[in-house]
Each structure stands twice: as structure tokens, then as C-alpha cells.
Design a protein around this ligand. Sequence first.
Ligand code: SF4
Ligand code: SF4
Length: 393
Amino acid sequence: MTLSITDLIAEADRCVACGLCLPHCPTYRKTGSEADSPRGRIQLMRAVAQDILPNNQRFKQHIDLCLSCRSCESACPNNVNYGALVDSTRAILLPKKSIWYRLAKPLIRSRLFSNGLMWLVWLIQQCKCDALLKCFNPAAKLLPAINHPVSWQSLYPTTVAFRQGSVSLFLGCASQALDNQTLKASIYLLNTLGFDVYVPAQQTCCGSIARQMGDELEANQLLAMNQHSFNATMPILTVASGCGAGLADYMPSHQVQDISAFLAACDWSRVSISPLKQRIFVQDPCSLRNGQKSHAAVYSLLKKIPQAEVLALAGNSQCCGGAGSYMLTQASMANDLLNDKLMVIEAASAAILATSNIGCSLHIAKGLREQNMPVVILHPVQIMAKQLGFVNQ
Ligand code: SF4
Ligand code: SF4
């Protein structure tokens, strides 16, 4: 939740400046500057909140460079809530929105607008004219080959006799637009395991991008729409951990769960999983590792596949640099961190990389394309669904 100025100062006061978080902070590791470390940022936030330091461009730069990866929070022995501190700082002390965000806001807000744009992108890709798109907008480099856009039904009932229950599926704007195969695979898996899947039509963006941009009003309005759309008594499953962490933090009234954590705990005894004699490397998104804290479930889930060797990618505790809109707004640091990730992928000779966050997937895939590295990036659910007979159409 967003803190008041008084609570922000009180939370910042809980930092004892021990510095144990410093080696875990990607920006500090890159710049070596205290002002780009969690401890330094906390001191800056407190000093600006108390009017000891000016709220100027330099302050903004140090806060903007923070990835909100929350590695520092996981490392902090005093449980300082860095996530709430940085969210609140952006909302209260840095409310001026970037041009990028002001342009993207109608897309996030309006399903009609974003669907229309996706149809347009899909048509451009079908006509093999996407090079044209990349000339006009560098962000188009992030676009994967997208599937035919989907009109979702409100209910996908299970057809198997051993019914296990009902769940709701959170679509997420980016997953819906750019990765609908993961959503289709999720419905297939859940139905095959005996779950009815509800897809509320009025659901909207989780609000995480708005919150990251300091637009608390917009984030709260989106949250209220989701609260109203979803049944609070049914688990809400998310396929993008960026959405999942945001919803879990700010919508505690509902049972938000990452889909892999939910699936790992399900009864799989009545389905047969085809073997896959492959090494699967797993990338832990920060939002799953430090936000939802359920990254271990991805490994448990994938290990259900006979003969598959499931391995953690080296350097998993460091953010890939995707971090929501960060890959667009802080491209230099985002690419620096991406290069580290590409180096470990190459060193591992990885052929399959599993990730549970669309932002990480887009960012890493862009790097792999640029380096001509033949690595397939899939959501864990897509890997599982394929071993149960799912065919992407
Ligand atoms: S959230 Fe990540 S980038 Fe920001 S201070 Fe913490 S560790 Fe550093
Ligand atoms: S580990 Fe926690 S208490 Fe120590 S400097 Fe970092 S935020 Fe402050």
C-alpha cells in the first residue's frame, strides 16, 4: 500500500544502514554509487520527504534508475519494506509522468484501443512489414511474432470427470496482447486437470505500470475495477508474475496466486505427462522471487515432466533489466543487465529457457534475437501443457 509522508519517513527510519543489501542491488553493482544503492536511496527518500534535500532532477534520476526488483528487500535483515518506500516515493514525491507513459496510458486503460492496435500489429506482421514498424518505433524491437488475437469466453468448463474446482484467470494486458499462447495453454492445463476456468470480461490491467510510473490514482482505479470483476472466493491465477506481485500486494482481499504455484500443488495423478529428455533452464523473475516469493514452485512443477533436467539459470538473483517499463525508460542500464543474462545463457548452452514473466520474456528474447542465439523462451505452463498434448494454434 502507498504510505503517507509520515509513514514513509517512519519506514525509512527502520533502515539501520547496515549495507547488507548493497551487494544484492544490480544498479549499485553497476554504478558503484551509494546514491544508486538501496541504502542510499532510502536516505535520499527520507531527506527529500523531510525537506532536508531538494526534490530535484538528481533525486529523480537516482529513484528512476531503481528497477523495483526488491532484491534488497529479500536481503534486508530488518525487513525494511523497500517496495512500499519506492512506490510511495514515486506516487507522492515524483508524481510528474513521462511522455512515454502519457502516450501509453490509453492503451493500458482501453481494451478496445489495445485490441485494435494488436490486430493492426498482427496484420502488419502477417504482411511481413514489421521492419517498417521498427523504423517508426524502437519499442517495436521488443515485439515477438504474435499469435492471432483471441476473443476470450467468460467460462471454459472442464470436460474431464474428476472435477477439482473452479479458478479465475487474470489475462494481463501484455500477456493478452503478446503471449496469448500461454493463456491458452493455461486454460488447457487447468481444464485437463479438472478445473473450470472463469475469465471475467471486465478485468483490466493490474495497475503495476501505473504504480511504477507514480500514477497512484490510475493504479487504484484499475485495482478497483479488478476487485469488482473477480470473485473473491475463487483463486485468481496470474501467468505474468509482474501482474501477480502487484495484485497480491495491493488486492489482499482476493486470493491471487501465480499459476505455477497453484499447479504445483494440484493433483496430477490422473493425467499422463509425456517425457521430455531436455535440460530446461529456469529464469526467476524478480516479481516472482522477491514479490510473490513462489519461484520454487516453478521447479517443482517442471520436475513433474519425466526425464526433464530442470536447472536454475546462474545469476538468477540479478534482475534481467526488463522490470516493466524500465526496459523502455532506462534502456542503457536495462541493456547492460540484459548482456549479463545473455552471457550466462550462452555459458550454460541453454536451449530452453522457462520464465514466468512476460516482461522478462520480451526483454531477454529481444537480446537473443539481436545476438542470433537459438534459445527458445517459454512460460513453464506452455512447457507443461505441451507434454499433456496441447497444440498451439
Ligand atoms: S529495488 Fe532493486 S534496483 Fe532498487 S534499490 Fe532495491 S535492489 Fe536496487
Ligand atoms: S539491509 Fe536493510 S537495514 Fe541494512 S542498509 Fe539495506 S535496507 Fe537498510
